[in-house]
Ligand binder design. Structure first.
Ligand code: KMH
Ligand code: ZN
Length: 276
């Protein structure tokens, strides 16, 4: 059986640097984290950036500098978030592709997000998908709820295959307002995916471990990181992103599906070697 694709999502848009001092928010912190996570077994980095006040931003120059620095310092596949923060405009979220990443997230529908709403109406999803095709940026289809799979099918039916030719999804489970992070839901979501699609899964908060173990058992791939959980174990905060990657990589090795290296992951996802 193939290896395990491990994505690290080190920062996100929600955690507060003042409350979580180990969260990587500066470019230096991000690149250092990325190097450690690559050494630990990650092949993809899902990137949200922060401004000088450690607040989430989609500033175009900063995004471009971030892509360049991650390429300079690592071999990781650079996947920029087009989800941003719940307050970001659709125009700014589309403009993320101007930074020229290898890949981007593409969420397939609107979802309640705690007390907020993460808005992804069809016209935006469709525009973003067409832009990824025009720019040759490989999308990862983020699914926060099973109903969002219908939108993925609609995208493929109306606009054809994604850049790279391969459909890869990420089940984002356990968001308050989205699908729960448990094994029956993994099975139901995977059964609904398009034929030939591959998938990873991440569990938010306390669903991290059940989702990680369930995904490995079901033949899926893994996303981990401080965007998704700030606890390593009950009462024990995450000290650095790499320890989450190390744990995922060890479990993948135990499952006889060792971590894919970045070059293998590029072939798997249909991503060219964009920066050599
Ligand atoms: N920060 C969330 C509102 C993505 O990166 O594409 C959206 C999110 C999804 O994190
Ligand atoms: Zn994200």
């Amino acid at each position: 059986m193939a290896g395990t694709l491990i994505t690290v999502a080190p920062t996100g848009a929600e955690a507060d640097k003042a409350a979580v001092p180990t969260l990587p928010v500066t470019l230096d912190e991000l690149v250092t984290t990325a190097k450690e996570c690559q050494a630990a077994g990650a092949a993809v980095i899902h990137v949200h950036i922060r401004d000088d006040a450690a607040q989430p931003t989609l500033d175009r120059a900063r995004l471009a500098d971030t892509v360049a620095a991650l390429r300079e310092g690592t071999d990781l596949i650079v996947q920029l978030s087009t989800g941003g923060a719940v307050t970001d405009s659709f125009a700014n979220r589309l403009a993320v592709l101007d930074a020229g990443p290898d890949a981007c997230s593409l969420t397939c529908g609107t979802v309640n997000f705690g007390d907020e709403v993460f808005a992804n109406p069809w016209p935006f999803v469709k525009d973003l998908y067409r832009l990824t095709q025009e720019r040759g940026v490989v999308p990862e289809f983020e699914l926060f709820d099973i109903g969002q799979v219908a939108t993925l099918h609609r995208l493929l039916a109306e606009f054809g295959p994604p850049a790279g030719g391969h459909v890869h999804c990420d089940l984002v489970m356990g968001v308050p307002g989205g699908m729960p992070g448990d094994v029956p839901t993994i099975a139901a979501a995977v059964a609904a995916l398009p034929a030939g699609a591959t998938w990873s899964a991440t569990g938010i908060g306390r669903s991290t471990l059940p989702v990680l173990l369930g995904a490995l058992a079901a033949g899926g791939h893994l996303r981990v990181g401080m965007e998704d959980t700030l606890s390593y174990a009950r009462g024990r905060p995450v000290s650095r992103n790499a320890e989450l990657v190390e744990r995922a990589a060890e479990l993948a090795r135990i499952a006889q599906r060792p971590p894919m290296r970045p070059a293998q992951a590029r072939a798997f996802l249909g991503i060219g070697d964009a920066h050599s």
